[in-house]
Write a protein that binds this ligand. Structure first.
Ligand code: SAH
Ligand code: SF4
Ligand code: F3S
Length: 438
């Protein structure tokens, strides 16, 4: 049996594509290895969102040269968002002659055909068309987990935030029909999956362009109606499209987790406008207030970009103020990274990168304290967790997540894994909670 090694570098959408790639390879007769050392086929499924993601891929592809020398007939394939950028493909063509197959985000479903071409002609294959609008349904999927599953509900993005490459590499927004989604989720639940995460770059614009009359809140209600003991998560919600209807739906649907990832990016109105985000600080804070009034135990998380072109110390302090005002449970923070072809790439960017790094450190320091205080609020409370693996706190521990997505370690037998259990929180560590089984 030939062995494939498939590695996905990017967001959950990218990981989900990787699961389809593995599904197709499995049907083609491949087995799998977690290491590239004994692989006959290596596929790197790349991410283009920041420069360091791209650098990592180039480094790892460079290292494969040696594998190829050692292993005759080995094939190297690259796919994912980086491959939708002409300048990247040109660089790979020229400087990485040992890469055999390059395919883009719109032709993942054609992998069997493209791989056959590479194997039978022994020539390099490049297939990175820009055309989109295609949703390839019913591909085989080889999922990474047995408890938690990713389910894309839409592809692409129409928002063109000025810093972001995603709309260029993923194409225009398009939604799957609710019938296909419901069919997939029902299948997963009957196979024993306990947590379904619905994916889209902006799930709140789900349904646009479909023949059926449906929006994201409507889809959530339908999925919530599927029988079985499981949880629903979703990401990502763009604040400009997160409506009171969405919040009400979250409050009313018992399977939908009380966690909202609501990327704010910046606390400065001037920067939000320059980012093309279509909301201002006050709109965002109003939405947060409404969400908390309807769902008091809601966990809120966000993405922040530090050092957008033209961001001043004053703008940055507004972001600091916003994170203190909101009090996020956790944050994903990034230093702005210039992406070729985006509008922000040609904006003036006078702030030295050392300043940006310093600002980011300041922000992380403040958030650390906020996050720790949030965790402490849970001590003494009873929470339901999905036990999902062995614990870190000792040999006889298991671990799981609350619906707010906090990690809880507790003493308990391994056969709890895969079950929902009620836990009383006894202690807050700085990375997780400790609890005892009720
Ligand atoms: N569609 C999602 C996010 C996709 S990218 C949304 O709109 O929220 C995930 C995060 O990466 C973004 O929220 C942003 O914070 C960050 N990001 C995107 N482009 C970036 C860039 N050029 N530099 C730094 N961070 C970036
Ligand atoms: Fe990028 Fe903005 Fe689209 Fe998110 S909404 S993927 S940040 S362009
Ligand atoms: Fe990266 Fe593409 Fe996702 S750029 S973040 S893998 S959509």
């Amino acid at each position: 049996m030939p062995i494939a090694h498939v590695h996905s570098y990017g967001c959950q959408q990218n990981v989900s594509d990787g699961e389809k790639i593995k599904g197709m390879l499995a049907l083609m007769g491949y087995g799998f290895s977690d290491s590239n050392a004994e692989a006959d086929l290596v596929i790197y499924n790349t991410c283009a969102v920041r420069e360091n993601a791209e650098d990592r891929v180039f480094g790892n592809v460079g290292a494969l040269k040696h594998n190829k020398r050692r292993r005759k007939g080995m094939l190297i394939g690259l796919c994912g968002c980086m491959m939708q950028q002409e300048h990247i493909v040109q660089r790979l063509k020229k400087s990485f002659p040992y890469v055999d197959l390059i395919f883009g985000t719109h032709v993942v479903h054609r992998l069997p055909e493209l791989l056959y071409q590479a194997l039978s002609t022994k020539e390099r294959v490049f297939e990175t068309p820009d055309s989109d609008g295609v949703i390839a349904e019913h591909l085989p999927i080889r999922r990474d987990g047995t408890l938690k599953a990713w389910v894309p509900i839409m592809y692409g993005c129409n928002n063109f935030c000025t810093y972001c490459i995603v709309p260029y590499v993923r194409g225009r927004e398009r939604s799957r029909t609710s019938q296909e989604i419901l069919h997939e989720v029902s299948g997963l639940v009957s196979q024993g999956y306990k947590e379904i995460t619905l994916l889209g770059q902006n799930v709140n614009s789900y349904g646009k362009g479909l023949e059926e009359e449906i929006n994201f809140a409507g889809l959530l209600r339908k999925i919530n109606g599927i029988e079985g003991d499981f949880r629903i998560r979703f990401m990502t919600s763009h604040p400009k499209d997160a409506t009171p209807e969405l919040i009400d739906t979250m409050a009313e649907c018992e399977k939908v987790c009380h966690h909202l990832h609501l990327p704010v990016q910046s606390g400065s109105d001037r920067i939000l406008t320059a980012m093309n985000r279509h909301y201002q600080r006050e709109d965002y804070l109003k939405l947060v207030d409404y969400a908390r009034s309807r769902i008091p135990d809601l966990a809120l998380t966000s993405d922040i970009i530090v050092g957008f072109p033209g961001e001043t110390r004053e703008d940055f302090l507004k972001t600091m103020d916003l994170i203190q005002t909101v009090g996020y449970d956790s944050l994903f923070t990034f230093i702005y990274s210039k992406r070729v072809g985006t509008k922000a790439a040609v904006m003036d960017d006078p702030t030295p990168s050392e300043d940006k790094t310093k600002w980011l450190m300041e922000l992380l320091e403040v958030q650390k304290k906020i996050g720790e205080d949030k965790l402490k609020e849970y001590v003494g409370k009873t929470l339901r967790i999905l036990v999902d693996g062995p614990g870190k706190s000792g040999e006889d521990y298991v671990t799981g997540r609350t619906e707010q997505n906090f990690i809880v370690d507790l003493k308990g037998p391994a056969d709890l894994i895969g079950n929902f259990v009620d836990v009383r929180i006894t202690k807050a560590l700085n990375w997780a909670l400790l609890g005892e089984l009720l």
